[in-house]
Design a protein around this ligand. Sequence first.
Ligand code: SF4
Length: 351
Amino acid sequence: MGKHIITPTLPTFTIPATAQIESLTPYYPPEKKQAVIAEIKQELKVQDAVLVAHYYVDEDLQQLAEETGGYISDSLDMAKFGHQHKAKTLVVAGVRFMGETAKILTPEKRVLMPTLEAECSLDLSCPIEEFAPFCDQYPDHTVVVYANTSAEVKARADYVVTSGIAVDLVKWLNAQGKKILWAPDKHLGHYIETVTGVEMIRWQGSCIVHDEFKNQSLNELSHAHPDAALLVHPESPADIIAMADVVGSTTQIINAAKALPNKTFIVATDKAIFYKMKQAAPNKTFIAAPTHGEGATCSSCAHCPWMAMNGLHNLLTVLKTGENEVFLEETMRQKALQSTQRMLDFARDHL
Ligand code: SF4
């Protein structure tokens, strides 16, 4: 008799609206804002702390990271920077799994976050209680998970990947005859299958920001800007990816804006990335790809609500109080380190 395969049921969770989150962020008049920034800079020195920010957080935080010797990048690069930096405290401005990844790689340091409530729909869609029994049904499969997962899920995986190396790693595993179970992003999983021709068992999570990009309006926008190149993150749905000139990770999208001759770009990822894109290509124009709904009727409007929870106000509070520290159970952290380290070793040896 064939083995009974349990299809995972994705948990339901509440998605905050970005506009609502932003309305809760305190507004600082210019003088007050400068005073808060000065206080944060002072606290970073006193606490021997460095600020590591994701491309998708508010540009005030990205600018602060730059001005204070910190760093702005994608989740893995953030963790690698924090690991190599001499500061005793890492302040991670991003979402929860990013703070966890920093702690996985650098357990000896204190890792703080402006908020511990900043989640990610990919992480939330793949709780370990559902994921572990799902993996157990495929004991002959290599479990590959995206970086946007909890430390527990990373601990259950054989490999962690970022969007920048997922295709190469899957090709490499396939060449060794490995069968692959992929989680949690269904769109990225579909994209990897399309590019590599490798079929995988796939979890069905998605990013609520990239899920909202809308094919028809994007078509209209592209016609209105015929010379614009379309840059798309592979967490986007297949019909959006099919229209892209370049599909790539956040870092690859920034590099494409610099390298391509086009003067205008339509960008299908979180629009907070424009801060770094404008630095990389100062004379070019960036337009956010259209989403389902507008204003109050879209939930993200191309900006992640959880990323939007990070602000100057809670960054200062955390530095002053030491609250929101990230802790991980040690045995689990060591297992998560193994799958994360395999990715770092793969990137070092094969890319
Ligand atoms: S933008 Fe999407 S993938 Fe990134 S943290 Fe937000 S929900 Fe997660």
